[in-house]
Write a protein that binds this ligand. Structure first.
Ligand code: PEP
Length: 257
């Protein structure tokens, strides 16, 4: 982390877990445990039907609510989809896009790019996920692959908007597997992402963009991962479903640096 130049962000990705009633109960428990002070930004990206309950519960707190996906089109015949203006109206601040679980369902880099542009246009914060498979890591093409995902995902994002984008490096082999990247492995890729941003937008912008790590981050390994200079927070799945665990990760982000 480097709080001098950029925000630390601890974001939950609930995936397809919890009902609206469970969301309300979780948020009540979580709010009571939330540490004082404001050293990091906190986001909960929750299933679409849970957004109203989460927004209501976190009203007037420093916690932002987000969606796990959106459609890049403004409106129209897209049954089952949700547009960014709907998310704004529902009280969202963040939207995850390009998560590997959605890429596995067919989302392409062009789709991710269209979503990033739509999210920014709506005034929301995109959490754009990138990451390599185990096969790509073993082939030694991780950095090239991630650079391609970053360049494609950010195509057309102007200098006025790029500082709003949060990037999440999530090695696919570490998501939901309990196999965390080592702090060194995670730092190496996050640093290479910053280098790509520097080449695209210059050093000042690269210093200001928050890059998160995601992949089995939990209350035990968070401190070590967050101590890395280019890891500015976490995108957390499993461990964000338990209030005590997620609070411990937030506390780990509250270390002075
Ligand atoms: C995720 O879904 O983005 C994620 C990182 O999940 P987990 O923390 O469970 O690996």
């Amino acid at each position: 982390m480097n709080r001098k130049y950029r925000k630390t962000v601890i974001a939950a990705n609930w995936k397809m877990n919890k009902t609206p009633s469970e969301t309300k109960a979780f948020m009540t428990e979580f709010k009571a445990m939330l540490p004082k002070g404001r050293w990091c930004d906190i986001a909960f990206c929750v299933p679409a039907v849970c957004i109203p309950a989460a927004v209501r519960a976190m009203h007037e707190t420093r916690v932002g609510i987000g969606a796990e996906n959106c459609n890049a089109n403004a409106s129209g015949a897209y049954t089952g989809e949700i547009a960014t203006n709907m998310l704004v109206d529902a009280g969202c601040k963040y939207v995850i896009c390009g998560h590997s679980e959605r890429r596995a369902m067919g989302e392409t880099d062009a789709d991710v790019n269209a979503k990033v542009l739509a999210i920014l246009e709506a005034g929301l914060v995109p959490i754009m996920c990138v990451g390599e498979s185990l096969e790509q890591r073993e082939l030694g093409v991780t950095e090239e692959w991630i650079a391609m995902q970053i360049k494609a995902g950010l195509s057309g994002v102007g200098e006025d908007k790029i500082k709003k984008v949060v990037i999440a490096y999530e090695p696919i082999w570490a998501i939901g597997t309990g196999k965390t990247a080592t702090p060194e492995q995670a730092e190496e890729v996050c640093q290479s992402i910053r280098t790509v941003i520097r080449k695209l937008y210059g050093a000042k912008v690269a210093r200001a963009v928050s890059i998160l790590y995601g992949g089995s981050m939990n209350e035990k390994n968070a401190e070590e991962l967050l101590a890395q200079p280019d890891i500015d927070g976490g995108l957390i799945g499993g461990a964000s479903l338990v209030a005590e665990k997620f609070i411990k990760i937030i506390e780990a982000a509250n270390q002075p640096c």
